[in-house]
Design a protein around this ligand. Structure first.
Ligand code: AP5
Ligand code: ZN
Length: 214
């Protein structure tokens, strides 16, 4: 099963990826998590990406396409994968097509900008795994600690309100056109296109997803 999770920053892609990974046993390919890991490891890619990400801008298509191509070729992706945060521009979607990477379903999480700004203020993440929490809507079992490892949760550097608003602007400009792109693909029978109201509670969104993908 090959799935693309589409939606604004903070729409719940990472949160629902956790659910779908556990349910379908397929890996999550989060370009954001991969870039954050590269920054932590101090690689060349990390050095190039850090400033761009902290400013809420997009990393260049070439770098990202190369990264995803390499990841998709790995053994654990042969039975399927969840693309979280990729593609995010028309050139990235075209590159997938040119490389013969078909998808079964595109899932769009629809959430208004104001809800997103509030969500990001309460987001906490576990840097080691990419697991995502919210201090009110999806709290960890122990405050400030990851459920599985007990390690510290942190605030993402790009979650400051001004940066979130910048990321939302870039989403509307560069990523939103993918909605029509994949709706057209779906009409041509290339994949299914599912829109979900992402303002509902986490468990409800997961339940709808499971029903629609069944
Ligand atoms: P990336 O890490 O992909 O960030 P993003 O797309 O901006 O998305 P987020 O991770 O912020 O949100 P999400 O939808 O995963 O929401 P989450 O589940 O965490 O990218 C970061 C940066 O890397 C980019 O800005 C760019 O610079 C670069 N980059 C990455 N990919 C790239 C690409 N392809 N091309 C170029 N550059 C790229 O949820 C958010 C919060 O809400 C959490 O606290 C969560 O607990 C809570 N929440 C989730 N669902 C609900 C719900 N239903 N109700 C209440 N709260 C909820
Ligand atoms: Zn995410």
């Amino acid at each position: 099963m090959r799935i693309i999770l589409l939606g604004a920053p903070g729409a719940g892609k990472g949160t629902q990826a956790q659910f779908l990974m556990a349910k379908y046993g397929i890996p999550q390919i989060s370009t954001g998590d991969m870039l954050r890991a590269a920054i932590k490891a101090g690689t060349e890619l990390g050095k190039k990406a850090k400033e761009v990400m902290d400013a809420g801008q997009l990393v260049s298509d070439d770098l990202i396409i190369g990264l995803v191509k390499e990841r998709i070729a790995q053994d654990d992706c042969q039975k399927g994968f969840l693309l979280d945060g990729f593609p995010r521009t028309i050139p990235q979607a075209d590159a997938m097509k040119e490389n013969g990477v078909d998808v079964d379903s595109v899932i769009e999480f629809d959430v208004p900008d104001e809800v997103i700004v509030e969500r990001m203020a309460g987001r906490r993440v576990h840097p080691g795994s990419g697991r995502v929490y919210h201090i009110v809507y999806n709290p960890p079992k122990v405050e400030g600690k990851d459920d599985e490892t007990g390690e510290e949760l942190v605030v993402r550097p790009d979650d400051e309100e001004a940066t979130v608003r910048k990321r939302l602007g870039i989403y509307h400009e560069q990523t939103k056109p993918l909605v029509d792109y994949y709706k057209t693909e779906a009409q041509a029978g290339a994949c299914s296109y599912i829109t979900i109201d992402g303002t509902q509670p986490v468990d409800q969104v997961s339940a709808i997803l499971a029903e629609k993908l069944a």
